[in-house]
Design a protein around this ligand. Structure first.
Ligand code: CP
Length: 316
């Protein structure tokens, strides 16, 4: 069983619900713990006992590949028992309420909930009805803090530090919990955040976000050290927000010509990707693209966050 050297960091939070609750020190505590896990090893050959004796329930009320599997893998690597709850195969289909579902699973003896839900605020609501720690795995258009943290870890590994770096978030910012989480963390670490989106896909209150608004993809490429490119969320669009995907791709899609004009431009995307819409296949697989690295870092970040929360349990 492996152990880590830095067991003295204090993480003053019971839950992780939003990026806005994290100070600069919290963010750096999480990313340095994640880097320690990466240095020690996060493969199946590397097992830790930091969550031994704890039960984690992974409750996804909305689809996920990366977040669900990496959270479950992270919990197992830390030695937890993992319950995997799938909403579509549960008694929700018989009319059981969200809170009755929560109380029922809590009664089995759970310590940590990992929750994704299509409604903004649903994870915080659940946390008010339970004694457990809650990790927000994405709620509606609100927050996805571990995605933001893995984006930050990936950028810190690449740039060393983020103070003064220009990072442009491109695409469907209106519907994006990733944009909200990552932008807040970037600003907390001193980076400059840019937005590039059609007017219909900008949040209505963007002027309060202290961002640089870029008008064209060429201007964004020139301004930015890195692009965080977002998926067009067709499932959250009510119609009329975009004339067509072809037109979106023409004016906002990231193509090889952009990478050729700035070869050291960092490319990131939280996934899943719509190739040929927000990003061309060749860009997503270019050497400047850290998309696969983001996925790998997701396991380490989720290990770090759960290990830090568990240290708080043990202090009680
Ligand atoms: N980035 C992200 O949240 O992906 P999943 O929906 O696959 O979890």
């Amino acid at each position: 069983m492996l152990s880590l050297n830095s067991m003295t960091n204090i993480f003053p939070h019971k839950h992780l619900l939003s990026s806005s609750q994290l100070s600069r020190s919290d963010i750096l505590t999480i990313t340095s713990r994640a880097n320690e896990f990466i240095s020690n090893g996060i493969s199946a050959a590397h097992r830790y006992d930091l969550l031994r004796g704890k039960t984690v329930v992974s409750a996804f009320f909305e689809g996920s590949t990366r977040t669900k599997l990496s959270f479950e893998l992270a919990a197992r690597r830390l030695g937890a028992d993992v319950l995997s709850f799938t909403a579509s195969a549960s008694s929700l289909s018989k009319g059981e309420s969200l809170i009755d579902t929560l109380n029922t699973i809590d009664a089995m003896g759970v310590d940590i909930w990992l929750v994704r839900h299509s409604h903004s605020g649903a994870v915080e609501l659940m946390s008010n009805f339970s004694h457990c720690a809650f990790l927000n795995a994405g709620d509606g258009q609100h927050q996805h803090p571990t995605q933001g943290l893995l984006d930050i870890l990936t950028m810190l590994q690449h740039f060393g530090e983020l103070d003064g770096k220009n990072i442009c978030i491109v695409g469907d910012i209106l519907h994006s919990r990733v944009a909200r989480s990552t932008a807040t963390l970037l600003q907390t670490l001193g980076a400059n955040v840019g937005f590039l989106a059609p007017g219909t896909l900008l949040p209505h209150d963007y002027s309060h976000w202290n961002i640089t608004l870029l008008k064209t993809i060429d201007a964004a490429v020139e301004w930015a050290d890195g692009l965080n490119i977002l998926r067009i969320q067709r499932e959250r669009m009510e119609g009329g927000l975009l004339p067509s995907l072809e037109e979106y791709s023409q004016f906002y899609g990231v193509k090889m010509i952009h990478l050729q004009s700035k070869p050291n431009l960092l490319i990131m995307h939280p996934g899943p990707v719509n190739y040929g819409v927000e990003i061309d296949h060749d860009v997503a697989h270019a050497t400047q693209s850290l998309i696969q690295k983001q996925v790998t870092n997701g396991v380490a970040i989720r290990m770090a966050v759960m290990a830090l929360l568990a240290e708080n349990f043990d202090r009680k």
